[in-house]
Structures are given as structure tokens and as C-alpha cells.
Ligand binder design. Structure first.
Ligand SMILES: [Zn+2]
Length: 330
């Protein structure tokens, strides 16, 4: 993701771009269509010992993901990460589906396989919300002054969002009733090598598939988690999320819940306008989706985005607020 203002012109173009740029479907998933590859995994759900979100556990997941190394779209690291996530959510008894597509590599033109992974909880619940996180990492630390071709493991961007969902899964597995929740792990958020390469391939694919086969009722809300692990966590309200009339109430709700819980990392003021997956999900998919993001992170897109810049406490704060919010969704 990037700050929005420098990309204003791109907003209009990218809406039409996926179809034109050689995205081919090699296997569609069938959650929005009705038949196909989704499946229940057997296995007994692992219940959380108490009702609270376990920040240290989420941080272990973040470390586990970073230990794989770089995880850009189509890479061996991405394949390992997919295995890790699938194993994790299968053990918890979730329903898992895949949305596979491929995209031309922006530099050499080769086909690159991409996969969005969808993890469903309480599939019978008619009221559903979407929680999303991109799980690809930027191929190189483009903003690193010393070594822009160095190693980028994306601890905050975005192992943090993935790790929160991994821990959240333990709670959803143990609580059978309540709002239906779909996690989507989005691929190709930043499969970028140069300025001008496109963002948001996975969310755009997801949004178009969703629009084409819209479930009834559609998602009540969506929340995108991106860069939520900074040890100095400051979650201002993202400006698009606050401005769109259909998402404004969700921003108000989430920050009010944080205030009630005493989580002061949620700061109830706007700051950055961020171009991120939520813009695509909102504008193309018509999903009322907000971005929970801490864009005040000096290590952004550098080699220094490593686990020691993140903390269990920060992941715990976000997890607690989301978990509490889920209880209130009608
Ligand atoms: Zn990024």
C-alpha cells in the first residue's frame, strides 16, 4: 500500500486493469458460485483456554511467518506460507477455499501463480463479515536506502495482519455461535519491482468474483488489517474509511470499542489517506470495508521491517478490539 495522494491518478485506471493485463483464471473457487473446491476439514477444534486474545501467541505466528523468509507472490516462501496457513486453519476445523489465478510478471512477462485463501467460520450464519490481510511480501525492500535489493521479510507488512487472524481463528473455532466470519488472505498486494507496477491484484480478483456472484445477504462489513504490529502502535482513522458514508459507522464503532477497552493505540482522529486493498474491495466489490493501518512506521519497505520492530502487545491490542467488535455485529 502507499499513501493515497501520490497515487490519485492510478485510482481511476486500476479499476479496469486486471482483465487487460493478462490475468487468467486457472481455477475459480466456488464460494460465491455454489460448487467446487471448498471443503470442511476434519479435526477437533482447539479451544482457547480463556476468552482473551493471546498477543504472545499471535507474535509467535508473526515470528514463524518471518522465519520462512521473503514471501512474495509465486515464490517458494509463499508456497511454504500457504502450507503453514492451511495446516493451521485445518487443525482449527475451518472451512477453507482457494481462489487461484495468474498474472504476468511485471518485469519478465512470465506467468506468476497467485492464490487468495478464504477461511470461513460459522458458515451457517446469515450475517457475515470479512476480515482481510494481504499475505504476500514486497519482493525487495524498495525504500531501503542502503540496500533496496536486500532481504525483505515484512514483519509488520504484513505478517502482523496475518498473525492476528491466525490467533483470532482459535477463538472463532471455540465459539460456535455468533456472526459469520470470512478471512481472506490476499495475494499480490504488492508484487512490485519498480514504480508504476500495479498493486492489489488479489483484492481486485476477489472483488470482481464477489460482485459477479454476490452472496445474499452480502458482507455486512469488511475490515482490512495491514501493518498492525508496530511496537509503537498508533492507529489513526484512515481517511477513506472515515469519508465513505457506508463505512463511517464502522470506524466510529471500532474506535469506540477500543476506547471502552482502554486500548489507546486506537486514536480517534484521521491522519493518513492510504491506497490499500480496502479501496478496491469497497469501490469494485461494493463491500463496506475499512483499513486498520499504522502508517507511521519508519521501517516501512526496508530491510529493517523485522519482528523486533513489532510486539506481542500491539498484536494483542488489535486482536482484542476485533474480537470484541465481532460480538456486537448484528
Ligand atoms: Zn507494503
Amino acid at each position: 500500500m502507499r499513501l493515497f495522494h501520490s497515487f490519485r491518478s492510478r485510482r481511476a485506471v486500476h479499476a479496469a486493469a486486471v482483465a487487460l493485463l493478462g490475468v487468467a483464471t486457472i481455477a475459480a473457487w466456488m464460494l460465491f458460485g455454489g460448487h467446487g473446491s471448498s471443503s470442511y476439514a476434519a479435526g477437533s477444534p482447539v479451544a482457547s483456554t480463556d476468552g482473551s486474545f493471546d498477543g504472545p501467541k499471535a507474535f509467535e505466528h508473526l515470528e514463524q511467518l518471518c522465519a520462512i523468509g521473503p514471501r512474495p507472490s509465486g515464490s517458494p516462501g509463499m508456497a511454504k506460507q500457504q502450507q503453514l496457513l492451511i495446516t493451521h486453519f485445518r487443525k482449527l476445523g475451518a472451512q477453507i477455499a482457494y481462489q487461484k489465478f495468474r498474472v504476468r510478471h511485471p518485469v519478465d512477462g512470465s506467468w506468476v501463480p497467485m492464490t487468495n485463501i478464504l477461511v470461513r467460520w460459522r458458515p451457517q450464519s446469515p450475517t457475515r463479515v470479512l476480515l482481510c490481510a494481504h499475505y504476500d511480501t514486497l519482493p525487495f525492500p524498495m525504500e531501503d536506502r542502503e540496500n533496496p535489493r536486500g532481504v525483505f521479510v515484512g514483519a509488520n507488512d504484513n505478517a502482523s495482519g496475518v498473525a492476528v487472524l491466525m490467533e483470532l481463528g482459535r477463538h472463532l473455532a471455540s465459539q460456535k455461535s455468533g456472526v459469520g466470519v470470512d478471512f481472506v488472505f490476499l495475494d499480490g498486494e504488492e508484487f512490485r519491482f519498480r514504480d508504476g507496477d500495479r498493486f492489489f491484484l488479489g483484492s481486485e480478483y476477489f472483488a470482481r468474483a464477489y460482485l459477479k456472484n454476490k452472496p445474499q445477504p452480502p458482507y455486512r462489513w469488511g475490515v482490512l488489517l495491514d501493518m498492525v504490529g508496530d511496537k509503537d502502535l498508533q492507529l489513526y482513522q484512515e481517511r477513506n474509511s472515515l469519508w465513505w458514508p457506508d463505512t463511517r459507522p464502522l470506524v466510529a464503532d471500532l474506535w469506540a470499542i477500543a476506547a471502552r477497552l482502554g486500548v489507546d493505540a486506537f486514536i480517534a482522529k484521521p491522519k493518513h489517506e492510504v491506497d490499500d486493498d480496502h479501496v478496491v474491495l469497497h469501490n469494485i466489490g461494493k463491500i463496506p470495508c475499512i483499513d486498520v493501518i499504522d502508517f507511521d512506521y519508519p521501517e516501512w519497505h526496508t530491510q529493517r521491517d523485522v519482528p523486533s520492530q513489532c510486539s506481542a502487545e500491539s498484536l494483542g491490542k488489535v486482536g482484542r478490539v476485533i474480537l470484541e467488535w465481532l460480538k456486537t455485529v448484528q
